[in-house]
Design a protein around this ligand. Structure first.
Ligand SMILES: [Zn+2]
Length: 238
């Protein structure tokens, strides 16, 4: 039943379109006699846009439907209106696509940046005072005598270490590492940070992940950005 109705309505649409075309051709060929004067452009535009404010009983509608000039203008306006609408639909569709793509990227970026459960673990704050510490210089030619071992120790955990650098350390960027020996090759953990302070007392604060470190004796290495050599301090991980 529904199918039949749909077929009827489609056939009816086709018939309507055919009648309309026949009428348009007659009008454009000047075979009709319009009554009254041509309405203004604003009125024709309203008709072309199928504005609901236009009453079909309006004599201007009857005129426009029978005047070749008005009919031609109406057809022009309608095609302009349609292409404008198509452009709008296209723009809206492109906008929608962009929105979806952007949303997708935002969601996947958020997903990628969602912290792992372990990242949520607060780093344990630790302070290491090296202001009076002796150092092992990594350059063999410089044989500085190390001062007695400081009791520098860190837990085998995620730590936020604030290192009070030896007196007269330079300001700037420092690289801090925990190493197995006095070379930068065998690092357990590593962090970079800028020193803060006032010339005399510089501090540098870095996160070091020592969760996988076995308890034992290691070295804490600090390297200034403009310095090829690192300073090594004995470090115990407990
Ligand atoms: Zn006219």
């Amino acid at each position: 039943m529904l199918m039949k109705l749909r077929w009827f309505s489609r056939a009816e649409d086709r018939l309507d379109a055919w009648v309309t075309r026949q009428h348009q051709e007659r009008v454009l060929d000047g075979k009709t006699a319009p009554v009254g004067a041509c309405p203004d452009e604003a009125f024709l535009e309203s008709v072309a846009q199928q504005s609901k404010q236009i009453a079909l009983s309006d004599p201007r509608v009857d005129h426009a439907a029978n005047c070749p000039l008005c009919m031609r203008r109406l057809l022009e306006l309608r095609s302009q209106h349609q292409s404008r609408r198509r452009r709008l639909v296209f723009t809206a569709a492109v906008g929608c696509c962009l929105l979806i793509v952007t949303a997708f990227f935002v969601v996947s970026w958020r997903g990628a940046n969602t912290p792992h459960p372990t990242d949520n673990m607060a780093a344990i704050p630790e302070t290491i005072d090296l202001s009076n510490a002796g150092t092992f210089r990594s350059i063999p030619s410089i044989s500085a005598e190390p001062s007695p071992l400081q009791s520098v120790s860190l837990p085998a955990a995620l730590v936020k270490v604030t290192i009070m650098l030896p007196r007269f350390s330079r300001p700037g960027q420092y690289s801090v590492a925990v190493t197995r020996d006095q070379s930068a090759n065998d690092q357990l953990a590593h962090g970079d940070a800028s020193a803060t302070g006032n010339g005399d007392r510089e501090e540098v604060s870095v996160d070091l992940d020592l969760r996988k470190s076995k308890p034992g004796f290691y070295f804490l290495a600090t390297t200034h950005e403009q310095d090829q050599a690192s300073y090594y301090y004995p470090l115990q991980i407990k």
